[in-house]
Design a binder for this molecule. Sequence first.
Ligand SMILES: Cc1cc2nc3c(=O)[nH]c(=O)nc-3n(C[C@H](O)[C@H](O)[C@H](O)COP(=O)(O)OP(=O)(O)OC[C@H]3O[C@@H](n4cnc5c(N)ncnc54)[C@H](O)[C@@H]3O)c2cc1C
Length: 392
Amino acid sequence: MRRAVVVGAGVGGLAVAGALARARWEVTLLESQSSLAVGRGALLLWPNGVHALRALNVGSGLDEIGEPVADTVIRRPDGRVLARSSLAGLAERYGAPALAVRRQDLYDALTAELGDVEVRTGVRVDAVRASDGVGPAVGDGRDWWKADLVVAADGMDSVVRRAVSPESAVTPAGYTAWRAVVPRHRALADVTSGETVGSGQRFLVTPLGSRGVHWVAVATGAPRPESADVQLDLLRRWFADWHDPIGALIAATRPDELWQEAMADLDPLPRRFGVSVGHGGIALLGDAAHAMTPNLGQGACLALEDAITLGTLITEATPGAPLDDVLARYDRLRRRRTAKLVRRSRRLGALFGARSRLGVSARNTLLTAAPTGLLDRATAAGADWRPPRTRR
Ligand SMILES: Cc1cc2nc3c(=O)[nH]c(=O)nc-3n(C[C@H](O)[C@H](O)[C@H](O)COP(=O)(O)OP(=O)(O)OC[C@H]3O[C@@H](n4cnc5c(N)ncnc54)[C@H](O)[C@@H]3O)c2cc1C
């Protein structure tokens, strides 16, 4: 039986570990945290992400954990509508709806599909061996894990990527995101999904049905060094004059529900997503391969696409054959597509995060003048994707 080691148990790592185990590989999943992924906040899953999850066996559970998103509205801070986009037609056009899910629910659903995977938590990989003679291996300073295939699913700051693709760099976007899920009993009723764009600041709201309301606040600058309750105070002040229910949602949030993160992407992307090492190799997956700013809401969807693509290629590979061909095909199927979306997300971030008066006014004019065109193109970016078909 061939052996894979997956580094990182986020969305991408959980998904690919399950897919490789179903392809009858012996799989070890290494995660630096002391327990399997603890998810904060929520995610939008676009039709491509939903298709990937269906192919990964998680489709049926989505009815229970996913909240359909029907419309999205872009407003100015005073509440005036700049643009609307209906997402209801996505299901018809792309064969799957757009769904909002709590990260933890998605992690739990993927964990339930892990099957026969050996899970090792509390293991922080800090060394990578990629010499042709012995094949790929990763270590944590105490132990080494050798494998035919190492999958780097260790996120934007991937240790494995730094070792095999040092040319790729994490590039700060210049803004920070704060997010929280306010439980239903504390959240307001009748909150609708949408985004409000100001000058260098934005606020996104996504209702999660019985699970509450997810919000994300974005502001220019670095993460704040203050405690979470001081950060909440700051957010209250920054968004004080913004339309309802923004102030109420911040007020209903507890400090321990708040999470801040500097936004960044990879620029340039790694030259190759698949690196041959002897008869085996290393595959980069999810944010480790193509971390992007969250403006398109596609990062996790693309990680799921990577996982089912790699799983399918491995399933089709001739048993025992070198992995060169699998890794080259993985690179061909994934690199161009993800590079395009990373660039689009960066451009959308520059447009939505405009700060100067001229920039804000140009953005608002663009949104009002082409209200559905721009938004529809952004929401549909990447939606048109289907899992590769298995040839066997
Ligand atoms: C504010 C915000 C909103 C977003 N909204 C959306 C959205 O709506 N839709 C969407 O599709 N995407 C969204 N994204 C993007 C999405 O969150 C990421 O693309 C996705 O989580 C990437 O998954 P991953 O598994 O590749 O990496 P991660 O989720 O970063 O997981 C990496 C895992 O590896 C572990 N790890 C790291 N280093 C090591 C190591 N050395 N050894 C062992 N383990 C290690 C970590 O602990 C972690 O569990 C958003 C991102 C942000 C910041």
